[in-house]
Design a protein around this ligand. Sequence first.
Ligand code: DGY
Length: 432
Amino acid sequence: MSTDPLLLQAQQILRHNDRGGYTVPSAKLYPFQWNWDAAINAVGWQTFDEDRAWLEIEYLLKGLWANGLLPHVVFHQPSDTYFPGPSEWGCEHLTPPTTSISQPPVLSTMVRLMAQRSRDPNVQTRIAQLVPQLLRHHTWWHTDRDPEGTGLVVSYHPWESGNDNSPAWDAPLAAVPAATRPYTRKDLGLADSKHRPHQHEYDRYVYLMDFFRECKFDAMRIYRESPYCVVDVAMNAVLIRADRDLAALCESVGLRREAQTVARWANRGAAAIETLWDDKLGFHVSKDMRSQQFLPTPTHAGMMAWYAQLPTTREPERRAVMQRQLDARLASTPCALASCDPKAPGFDPLRYWRGPVWPHINWLLGSSLRELGLNEQAQRLSNDTLALIQRSGFFENYCPLTGEGLGGPDFSWTAAVYLSLKAESVTAGSVP
Ligand code: DGY
């Protein structure tokens, strides 16, 4: 029986952020249900309340559009502490209202993990109900976001990457016009402005949101005309992994033909992502599809090829190059893994995705590294994540230089990651 008081605190954070079926990431700063947060929060819930965990997924899927877009935010109930709300997105007529963009598709991977960890004798019934919706969502990625069938999907808004103000997006975002209409940010009244994106970035985030609304969300028009169109390496790595997990889920409920289609998407993605490999840098990079320039900023995204478990992560030569990069990145800060290499020009240790450590990234990446036999690196990510939380509390993210907690407090997915890491360490027989 564990005596770790933080386990109880983590459970209390999820319960406190529960709004009756869905979990807000942080009570004031993010008062709705976010897409990839929800999938990860469900894994945390499952460690102590399995029914509630599955409910989180069902609530998220209430936001699924008819065309398969799974929105990045579902506005189940109104709140006036957040900008931009449903009417800004132009989706206030939907039930429930949502945003018009998506987020990294970790959902199928989390559902598969939950199926593997489940103690529910009826779990296969749950999976059989979820799979058709997951299939619709993946089909949307592979059609609307890859209309030419290249194997790589595009994103139209930095918020879709989940890595909003990553320095990797500086160049493509600079080509986006600034919104000229007035609007009021609410985040600056709720978090330290030094931790939040700059105003010039928000002006462009708003421009893009307005542009999608003006396009009436027409997928082909946005594909042709969006001033921001990026192949995000991390997004594609997440999708490749999720395709494989969805193929396994399809198999498990007897959908063999669907499993084959999804496995083909995964293989096509794994082949196509190789066009993003930079031999000189030793990692994969994103690409600005408007300027046709690669985006070589050394963010954590280049490490996500490990997460996708690309075939090359098992080839000795490539693996050695990738491992040198990973080891260098882990050695570059006392608290790993920074979301941007401190030597990169855009690095800022406090500002959101320009440097801080994000617990869920460490958890996702760490679990794959362990699967690939990189136990030392996996352990570093897990130990550092637990130590940051133990030292500073359950924050949104952490300074990679000092370990200070940053952004929103009592953060749901930080609590979920803590619960999951602890559960995994018990299963593996060592409680850190
Ligand atoms: C925000 O509002 O800061 C979010 O990251 C957008 O999803």
